[in-house]
Design a binder for this molecule. Sequence first.
Ligand SMILES: [Zn+2]
Length: 171
Amino acid sequence: MNDPAKDFKSELEQAFDKAFKSAKGGDVAWNEFMKTYGIAPLGDKEKEFLLKSDMKIATGAFPIELRRVFQVILAKYAAVATAAENAAVLTLLNNYNIDVEVIRYYNRIKPFTGMSDIFKNAKSTTKNYSEGIGEARKSAHRCKSCGAPRLEEMQYDECLFCGSELFVPNN
Ligand SMILES: [Zn+2]
């Protein structure tokens, strides 16, 4: 029997899996997969910028590309849920947090840093007040979701790395 809620979940999982199995920074198979959702890969310049940035990845497609696929899948099932008044799909949609899912993906593709992370965490708990101010200032220029540094001159509305919205519109 046709079960849109099940299809929805498996389609999201498939996208995650394809992105994860892609070569570092994307490959032909991943580009073909994105194309089936009408999505073009990042440009060479953007990819080069990301590969040189602080946001290191060990493997897989860039998180922002996976987010774009997720967005198409979400829109597709939002239409299904509305047309068929499918409560199960609506519940899944309401509980879906795209930022959380993209970060979950990022955690799978980032290089294992092992001990250095442990030391970093230990250090951050002992930082003094003035260091705290410095940190706060720095974080104003970082993506709230993934922590990617944002350059002032970059006029992106969304984080180039994870696709999270950088600016909350103040109406
Ligand atoms: Zn980000």
